[in-house]
Design a protein around this ligand. Structure first.
Ligand SMILES: [Zn+2]
Ligand SMILES: [Zn+2]
Length: 362
């Protein structure tokens, strides 16, 4: 990324923060949170703290960074090194990313390309470019199918939280992540003091990694046979519902039925995010460093359009030299594919290419 591109991106992001500083959503007790950011063309800066949202906004405007983060944890001394921060608890968080959900369309939009000669091909990525031996890197695209899958998994997390953990809907906030997924934040005091192991149990339960013995497939089926009563709760209900639908013609074994029942209903969350009690998480209302889209609160999951609603940068045309970029859709418009060419694009589309280092401002 050359100096001209860095200064262009900072300018674009600064304009957004100047216009829309009020859409940044700070958590309660701002002074107890750790903040961090990644400047364009630079590395992560962490262990910052601000006395108020206003003070944080001033710094965001000054830096106009590529990404802004804030801890879900509260600390006595948020700017101190991790061991000395004095952890006071943290909201429970979830990260759902379409990249981790195996959708059949990935073959069509995920690929590798060579950083040297720009040739490309289907995954799996070879260790070196097949043409010139240069470095091959993966490129993950996205599409409506992937984004619908991410939405579906976000709703599964909501279902687990409300049905199995008794969390009220009001305590759950859903955000679009700014890229390929959703973030959920739970403001329920029962989870605040949960340590890493406790959070891992919650994550494992939702991913179906470790089911409690009472909900193994055998015990679920046994109970169903014994009293044919109500469908039970939690995973029992989910497994029963699945088995009910498959009763007529199921070709597989019991083992297979069990794993199918779980696989079709687990929530594919990134467990490392939920279990990390010292995480800094993208701040709501700020721009994603790779897309220029906004991490924003989702009021109605059904109506939310992840390809249009989070597009907040202008359509002002900018001329760039694109080295390489597959076809992509944003704001209802299709762009690309591009390979070593000059092209004029709306700012909101150019940003994706520039931030990934796949083009420079002309
Ligand atoms: Zn090559
Ligand atoms: Zn897809």
């Amino acid at each position: 990324m050359n100096a001209g591109t860095i200064s262009f991106l900072r300018q674009v992001y600064r304009e957004y923060y100047f216009r829309r500083a009020r859409s940044i959503e700070f958590p309660r007790d701002v002074h107890t949170r750790e903040f961090g950011y990644i400047p364009f063309g630079g590395g992560m800066v962490r262990h910052l703290s601000f006395r108020s949202g206003g003070e944080a906004v001033a710094e965001i405007l000054k830096q106009s960074p590529s990404s802004v983060y804030c801890s879900n944890a509260r600390y006595e001394s948020p700017a101190a090194p991790i061991e000395e921060k004095g952890w006071l608890g943290a909201e429970l968080i979830f990260d759902i990313d379409a990249t981790d959900i195996p959708t059949p369309c990935k073959k069509g939009h995920d690929l590798w390309y060579c950083e040297k000669c720009l040739s490309s091909g289907r995954l799996p990525r070879p260790s070196n470019c097949l043409k010139c031996g240069g470095p091959a890197v993966e490129f993950h695209g996205t599409c409506e199918v992937c984004m619908a899958a991410a939405k579906e998994h976000a709703l599964r997390v909501v279902d687990f939280l409300t049905e199995d953990f008794g969390v009220t809907l009001r305590a759950i906030t859903i955000f679009f992540s700014g890229n390929r997924g959703y973030h959920l934040q739970v403001s329920d005091e029962r989870f605040y003091l949960l340590d890493q192991l406790g959070r891992a149990e919650v994550a494992d339960y939702m991913t179906g990694t470790s089911l409690p013995p009472s909900t193994t497939i055998a015990s679920t089926l046994r109970r169903r046979h014994a009293d044919a009563g109500p469908q039970g709760k939690g995973w029992s209900r989910r497994i029963n519902g699945y088995v009910e639908g498959k009763r007529e013609e199921y070709p597989g074994t019991m083992q297979r039925l069990a794993s199918d029942a779980v696989a079709s209903q687990r929530a594919m969350i990134d467990s490392s995010v939920t279990t990390d009690i010292h995480r800094v998480f993208r701040l709501a209302g700020t721009l994603h460093g790779n897309t220029g889209m906004c991490k924003m609160r989702v009021e109605s999951v059904d109506r939310f359009d992840s390809q249009r609603d989070p597009v907040v940068l202008s359509a002002k045309p900018v001329a760039i030299k694109a080295d390489f970029y597959p076809r992509f859709m944003v704001n209802g418009v299709e762009f690309g594919p591009f390979k070593s060419q000059m092209v004029e694009l709306p700012t909101y589309a150019a940003v994706s290419i520039l931030t990934r280092g796949l083009g420079e401002v002309a």
